[in-house]
Design a protein around this ligand. Structure first.
Ligand SMILES: NC(=O)C1=CN([C@@H]2O[C@H](COP(=O)(O)OP(=O)(O)OC[C@H]3O[C@@H](n4cnc5c(N)ncnc54)[C@H](OP(=O)(O)O)[C@@H]3O)[C@@H](O)[C@H]2O)C=CC1
Ligand SMILES: C[C@H]1O[C@H](OP(=O)(O)OP(=O)(O)OC[C@H]2O[C@@H](n3cnc4c(=O)[nH]c(N)nc43)[C@H](O)[C@@H]2O)[C@@H](O)[C@@H](O)C1=O
Length: 309
């Protein structure tokens, strides 16, 4: 991307979007187009079209989405499928109409079958049933991948997609109902320590495995793909390392300094048992993650203390 290129970061205030803005500014990109959802609701076709006609960005990083943890996905399936389909349709179609040079769409490793062979290769897509707790969201993301591929095929566009595993880092969502597990555990253990509580209850059985990658690594991977990847297939972004939710809880408790007991509420869903993604494709392209979980947990907790506690 040229230094003076006009780059639209859709969802710039979110976990991924804000990391993309930080990384772009660090690299000297100054011509960024940023809009809050209250300024341009990307679900609204006319508003999105008008915005693209007016701004005509050269590049688009699509990190705007309806995102949430397992209970949010399970509770609001219509919102997750509708919002994400509408945002993707409008951004991808308008990008084609105004001749955007290249677009990167952020998907998720939730798109893969619940019981895909692990570690999960990109080729596993659509080879089996999805995890029910986030199927509507996954279907929307799969539709986004197929839309990018279809526009590339029919119109010669350069629309690529990346599938990050579970993300975490500064500016995450720490709401205990709608957030993902890692920020939720940081808040739960922090508040328990502050209250002098004897125990903390977390969701599920603690036995599912999850992989985590720091959002600054995802921002670097996204810009790496924008510069170096012209393929139509999705590319996984991950650390290639997994641990159980129970092990994660122990690590978060240690970082926070909570010494009480951890209890498990098995009335809450576990979700998919494992979703370690195969990162050999992006490794072969030349990208690797840099931030290990221990370091990322400590820096994210510091950020939480300075900004959310
Ligand atoms: N968080 C995670 O663990 C993972 C996330 N991803 C993917 O990364 C991408 C970003 O996720 P994340 O950063 O976590 O999400 P966040 O919820 O942190 O941010 C989402 C952003 O999307 C914007 N947005 C939502 N709805 C609209 C709308 N109708 N119109 C315009 N903007 C809208 C919001 O803007 P505003 O603040 O102005 O309302 C917000 O900035 C998503 O595609 C997600 O699927 C993939 C794997 C894991
Ligand atoms: C990121 C990716 O993947 C997401 O799916 P998920 O990984 O299953 O989401 P999750 O982070 O909310 O849960 C992970 C595990 O953790 C356990 N768990 C314990 N205690 C808490 C807790 O307090 N909060 C939450 N949220 N989970 C908890 C929880 O029971 C589950 O076993 C999609 O929603 C979708 O957003 C997507 O794209």
């Amino acid at each position: 991307m040229e230094n003076n290129a006009k780059i639209f970061v859709a969802g710039h205030r979110g976990l991924v979007g804000s990391a993309l803005v930080r990384e772009l500014e660090r690299r000297g990109f100054k011509n960024l187009v940023l809009r809050k959802s209250s300024e341009v609701d990307l679900r609204d076709q006319a508003a999105a079209r008008a915005f693209f006609e007016a701004e005509r960005p050269d590049y688009v990083l699509l990190a705007a989405a309806k995102v949430g943890g397992i209970v949010a996905n399970n509770s609001f399936p219509a919102d997750f499928i509708y919002d994400n389909l509408m945002i993707q349709n409008n951004v991808i179609h308008s990008s084609y109409l105004v001749g955007v040079k290249k677009l990167l769409m952020l998907g998720s490793t939730c798109i893969y079958p619940k019981l895909a062979p692990q570690p999960i290769r990109e080729e596993s897509l659509l080879t089996g049933p999805l995890e029910p707790t986030n199927e509507p969201y996954a279907i929307a993301k799969i539709a986004g991948i197929k839309m990018c591929q279809s526009y590339n095929r029919q119109y010669g566009t350069r629309f690529i997609s990346a599938m990050p595993t579970n993300l975490y880092g500064p500016n995450d969502n720490f709401d205990l109902t709608t957030s993902h597990v890692l920020p939720a555990l940081i808040r739960r253990f922090h508040e328990a320590k502050a209250a002098g509580a004897a125990d903390v209850t977390i969701w599920g059985t603690g036995t599912p495995y999850r992989e985590f990658v720091h959002v600054d690594d995802v921002a670097r991977a996204s810009l790496f793909l924008m510069e170096r990847y012209e393929g139509w297939d999705p590319v996984n972004i991950g650390s290639g390392e997994e641990l159980t939710i129970g092990e994660l809880a122990k690590k978060v408790a240690a970082v926070v300094g909570f010494t009480g007991k951890t209890l498990f509420d098995s009335s809450k869903p576990d979700g998919t048992p494992r979703k370690l993604c195969d990162v050999s494709r992006i490794h072969e392209l030349g990208w690797r993650h840099e931030i290990e979980l221990e370091e990322g947990l400590a820096s994210t907790y510091r950020w939480y203390l300075e900004n959310r506690a």
